[in-house]
Design a protein around this ligand. Structure first.
Ligand SMILES: [Cu+2]
Length: 71
């Protein structure tokens, strides 16, 4: 298990939260997704044996929420 916090500047409202949650929750290896709208963050618990952060970034970029940084 691993945790990551992704900075996603384009998160602005509940629509964004919903879109990101819907995009990531079904991905194999994702355990929990939490979106912090005012902080523009996605907090992820995931299985790093099954899923890479590069894949997560790719999925978010496809949803038009590019990841600025991982902290
Ligand atoms: Cu939004």
């Amino acid at each position: 298990m691993a945790k990551a916090t992704l900075i996603v500047p384009d998160i602005s409202c509940e629509h964004c939260e919903h879109a990101i949650t819907e995009a990531l929750t079904p991905v194999p290896g994702v355990r929990t997704v939490r979106v912090d709208i005012p902080a523009h963050l996605v907090q992820l618990d995931y299985d790093d044996a099954a899923l890479s952060l590069d894949k997560v970034k790719e999925i978010l970029a496809e949803e038009e929420y590019p990841v600025e940084a991982v902290v």
